[in-house]
Design a protein around this ligand. Structure first.
Ligand code: ATP
Length: 372
């Protein structure tokens, strides 16, 4: 699946952008504030109806305009078939999403049509941020895996959790009221945990392989990053209890806290260098390399299931040295994904990184995009 054409209207400083015949590699350069990240943000909005930079879409709509629109033409995997996605976000009112001219009733129906992965300066949060960022990372993959059932389980789990928490807040632990929500949490929690565990196993294997290759091709010895390990924690003491037991065991404490303190909504991924927290030990460049490997690993797992990803790579050269950038691009080539990468200077994005893959360059100036 490839994005072949992209139209952007009233998106930050991009009033009207028309990008045709997009390639495997699409390099975008321009000075600070010219609109490079906004192009990547627009592709993200096309895929997920929201930006990766701001939760408030009204700050993304161009000043003085009523709405923004992003339109993309996709060529579906391995074939002649195409699909057209349109996303319109008004300042007020719901988002309008169209797939091949048909209005979708929920934005969720768009999920999976255009899976995108973002590598940007905020990606550091994967190691340095809280557990929610890592859960989001893990669940991105689980959501896209075919038949994982996550679309169904997760909303049901969330609803049961909200109901249970609301009883806890009101100090109401009448067994007759809380038990049905516990049963729903246990049932959905087990399914979520199973789906996450099977995905995590594949992810960890892909990560290890890619991370080693990245270090090797960037000519970084293992000594630079000794004994890195990653493990998933379920969100409760699963060595001691089942989730059902954990809910019962923690009820009094949950009541005091006013919320459910254990469960898949508290799951995390733990990164260790030896016995130490990797986020406390690794340099920013090392963290970035690791984060790139994690994102690439997600795409590898999806690709193995026939789901290609589009990569949005914002200003990688500002974070990584030339050898590491080159190593990341080598992996992107290996994955055969489509890439949109931005940088301030043209020379920050090296032609050689793409080997002989088709490459197109764009220059952005004051929101105006031209091929170059
Ligand atoms: N709602 C908006 N309407 C109009 N312009 C906006 C809006 N929001 C942000 N801008 C402007 O859009 C421009 C594009 O920002 P963007 O982050 O895409 O630039 P960039 O080229 O990635 O810059 P940098 O290299 O500094 O990261 C900036 O000048 C910004 O001030």
């Amino acid at each position: 699946m490839r994005l072949e054409k992209l139209g952007i209207y009233n998106f930050r400083n991009l009033q009207y952008v028309d990008m045709q015949s997009l390639c495997t590699f699409n390099f975008i350069h321009g000075i600070n504030g010219s609109g490079k990240t906004s192009i990547l943000e627009a592709i993200h909005t096309l895929a997920l109806t929201r930006s990766f930079r701001s939760h408030k879409m009204e700050s993304v709509i161009s000043y003085g305009k009523d709405d923004l629109t992003v339109r993309g033409e996709l060529r579906l995997s391995g074939g002649v078939e195409t699909a057209v996605i349109g996303v319109r976000r008004p300042r007020k009112g719901p988002v309008l999403v169209k797939l091949d001219g048909d209005k979708l009733s929920t934005a969720g129906q768009l999920a999976g049509v255009l899976p995108v992965q973002v590598i940007n300066p905020a990606s550091f949060a994967l190691l340095e941020g809280g557990p929610a960022v890592r859960r989001q990372y893990l669940d991105w993959g689980v959501f896209h895996v075919k038949h994982s059932g996550f679309f169904e389980y997760w909303p049901r789990y969330r609803k049961a959790l909200q109901q249970r928490n609301s009883l806890l807040r009101r100090g109401n632990i009448d067994p007759g009221l809380i038990a049905p929500w516990d049963r729903e949490l246990e049932a959905m929690g087990a399914l979520i945990q199973d789906a996450r565990s099977s995905h995590f196993e594949l992810l960890a294997a892909a990560f290890e392989e890619i991370y080693r290759r990245l270090l090797a091709s960037a000519d970084i010895g293992d000594l630079d990053v000794p004994s890195l390990s990653m493990s998933m924690t379920s969100g409760w003491k699963d060595g001691e209890y089942s989730f059902a037991e954990s809910l019962k065991h923690n009820l009094a404490g949950d009541l005091r806290a006013g919320f459910t303190r254990s469960g898949p909504h508290r799951a995390d991924i733990d990164f260790r260098v030896g016995r130490l927290d990797a986020g406390d030990v690794l340099s920013r460049g090392q963290i970035k390399t690791l984060v790139c490997a994690l994102k690439l690993a997600q795409s590898k797992v999806l690709l193995d299931q026939g789901i290609p990803t589009v990569f949005l790579v914002d200003d990688l050269a500002a974070e990584l040295d030339e050898r590491r950038c080159c190593a990341v691009f080598k992996e992107l080539i290996e994955l055969d994904v489509q890439v949109f990468a931005s940088a301030v200077r043209r020379s920050d994005l090296n032609d050689d990184w793409c080997l002989s893959k088709p490459l197109k360059r764009f220059h952005v100036e004051h929101g105006v995009v031209s091929e170059c």
